[in-house]
Design a protein around this ligand. Structure first.
Ligand code: ADP
Ligand code: ADP
Length: 231
């Protein structure tokens, strides 16, 4: 069963040109896919459809066996919380909470008990090499460390799918390479990952497959080792 099956999805905003035009994309369990394209090409629109944050005007979107384009707002929030982990460019951590509580929060919201949520948080923070910051607040960490915490938070409910939107976009080169190595390690563990980026190096270093989007259409779908910069 594919983790993602987008069939003929189209989306336009108001009277603009289609932000997505009849896009189809299948992602199988354990695949790591980069969605690459310039600003305005439709990457975020596609990600939002997959995450159930937006609906297509036409076509279907199935994630982990669920027709997310048919879910209502509450159903979609619940689905996202339990089956999808999301990582953003600007981390979106809560600075009022400790690092550990940030990571545990999605588990708590999903109904996991305090002790089990804390145990999962500790395990993930150790795995991602930021356990020494468990009791700090995110504001005290570097950008790269914060993104590691954000990845830990995204994984705490053991999602079928990790969605990352420009995860290295706010990081310097060294921290960006660090986070991309981390995504590569998750892929090696069999985590299904979709990374939206305009960074070809990121696509090549931590994904199996690169899907290129231009003007709302998929123009290329190749093994990442063969992805090259457009001329
Ligand atoms: P990308 O993520 O590749 O930068 P987007 O999916 O954000 O591209 O945008 C695709 C196109 O849709 C762009 O032309 C953008 O201006 C337009 N667009 C995106 N979101 C909205 C919105 N909420 N309202 C109107 N137009 C939008
Ligand atoms: P990115 O390329 O990183 O996705 P964008 O600047 O394209 O960033 O979009 C940032 C946010 O603004 C997104 O939520 C997108 O849906 C929204 N957006 C993009 N273009 C428009 C637009 N023309 N009108 C309204 N909202 C837009």
């Amino acid at each position: 069963l594919p983790v993602i099956e987008v069939c003929g999805a189209s989306r336009r905003y108001d009277d603009g040109p289609p932000a997505l035009h009849e896009v189809s994309l299948t992602v199988r369990p354990g695949e790591a896919v980069a969605v690459l394209g310039p600003s305005g090409s439709g990457k975020s629109t596609l990600l939002n459809l997959i995450a159930g944050l937006d609906r297509p005007d036409a076509g279907t979107v199935t994630v982990d066996g669920v027709r997310v384009d048919r879910l209502g707002e509450a159903g979609s929030a619940l689905f996202r919380r339990s089956r999808i982990g999301m990582v953003f460019q600007f981390f979106n951590l809560l600075d009022d909470l400790t690092v550990s509580d940030n990571v545990a929060l999605p588990a708590r919201l999903a109904g996991v008990g305090r002790a089990e949520a804390d145990r999962r948080a500790a395990e993930l923070l150790e795995l991602l090499g930021v356990d020494r910051h468990a009791r700090s607040h995110p504001g005290r960490l570097s950008g790269g460390e914060r993104q590691r915490v954000a990845v830990a938070r995204a994984l705490v409910n053991r999602p079928a799918l990790l969605l990352a939107d420009e995860p290295t976009g706010a990081l310097d080169t060294a921290a960006g390479e660090d986070v991309s190595a981390l995504l590569g390690a998750l892929r090696a563990e069999g985590q299904t990952v979709v990374v939206v980026t305009h960074d070809l190096a990121l696509a090549r270093s931590c994904t199996d497959r690169t899907v290129r989007i231009a003007d709302g259409r998929i123009t290329e779908d190749v093994p990442s080792s063969r992805a090259v910069a457009p001329e």
